[in-house]
Design a protein around this ligand. Sequence first.
Ligand SMILES: NC(=O)C1=CN([C@@H]2O[C@H](COP(=O)(O)OP(=O)(O)OC[C@H]3O[C@@H](n4cnc5c(N)ncnc54)[C@H](O)[C@@H]3O)[C@@H](O)[C@H]2O)C=CC1
Ligand SMILES: O=C(O)CCC(=O)C(=O)O
Length: 427
Amino acid sequence: MTTDYIPSYLNPNDLGPWGQYLQQVDRVAPHLGSLSRWVETLKRPKRILTVDVPIERDDGTIAHYEGYRVQHNLSRGPGKGGVRFHQDVTLSEVMALSAWMSVKNAAVNVPYGGAKGGIRVDPATLSKGELQRLTRRYTSEISMLIGPTKDIPAPDVNTNEQVMAWMMDSYAMIEGNLSTGVVTGKPVSLGGSLGRREATGRGVFVVGQEAAARRGVALAGARVAIQGFGNVGGTAATIFADAGAKIVAVQDHTGTIVRDGGLDVAQLHKHVAEAGGVQGFPGADATLDRDAFWDIESDILIPAALERQITAEVAARLRTKIILEGANGPTTPEADDILADKDVLVVPDVLANAGGVTVSYFEWVQDFSSFFWTEDEINARLTRIMQSAFGAVWDVAQEKKVSLRTATFIVACTRILQAREVRGLYP
Ligand SMILES: NC(=O)C1=CN([C@@H]2O[C@H](COP(=O)(O)OP(=O)(O)OC[C@H]3O[C@@H](n4cnc5c(N)ncnc54)[C@H](O)[C@@H]3O)[C@@H](O)[C@H]2O)C=CC1
Ligand SMILES: O=C(O)CCC(=O)C(=O)O
């Protein structure tokens, strides 16, 4: 049984990304058999913390930012999920991102629940010193929730290895010991894992290979369009180009560039490092209006930026065969239906971008054992896990005649709710 429970702290007229997640849960509920009596668990985050994060700016003024950490579900293990710094972060968004982490972690069967954090801030407006003070104050404000066996943050949009190092250090100062396992995505010099930086993009590529093989698309010469050229999109571009694909279009927050014969990805990385974005790349044929990105014909489209980019209107226009969701939540449920009608194969976020958290899991295991693996070992294990998760989801999708998204939710929510059921409720 599901209910229409709306938390009192959200706007009932616009639930935002959380509403998108709830619609996805509604689609899986009929497939959960006797576990469906627990489905309400998935619709209520276990724990939400909103914090005020004050910092002293370089000019001596005091600025306040709103921060969150949401633990959606802890049935299968400690919370796990990244921290986002972005001017559009909202509680609804962090709730949805935490729930997608629960589903993702269960889909690839790593022993974690789902959590996510964020601060509503445009980090481009802060100096490096201000960013460090913001990160440290935020870590202090959420320190009662996090810990190596409680909840383990990691990078997400606009956070990186340096931010993770500051988080780890702040937590170590509070705890009085070196707790490398409190965050993942750390620098390798501080207990980070080889391969974590590239892991999400690499995982997108692995599921891309699987999807392309099933759709009869050859990767050599395939036309690939990518939205977002950061950690996920930038790495995916490199790996797809190395496999012979043509990266025909890239869009980021600065602009949209195209080259029909394929962009030189290595040169584009250099340009982005210097210019801060793809706009102005001399190796492009043309620069397009933002909205024209969706009209570019491709074999594979990789949204790797933010949520709710592929709306119903965009889905109707798209000319592609396969969508690999590097970003979290890029496709609305209405768009999902249109894409299904158009026979576009969508590999959902909770599967396609699970490579990052999978190598975060490897990092956490390595930190606990203080024994570090080679990059080849890490990439081989990552590939095995992603291939096996894709195969299991594919089989469920075929058997139940549902989308890969619903199939992933079936696999994952079954694992979450089985754990919930067997643990029981009463103290
Ligand atoms: N970093 C990770 O390991 C993981 C990230 N993700 C998801 O992947 C997505 C991207 O994350 P990262 O690459 O880590 O972030 P990032 O901060 O490294 O890069 C974000 C990219 O998105 C672009 N972007 C921002 N706003 C845009 C807009 N309005 N239109 C077009 N492009 C825009 C930026 O210019 C940048 O290229 C997010 O949805 C994130 O949640 C998912 C799994 C793991
Ligand atoms: O590496 C992790 O722990 C989580 C990464 C993340 O935030 C995500 O998969 O969306």
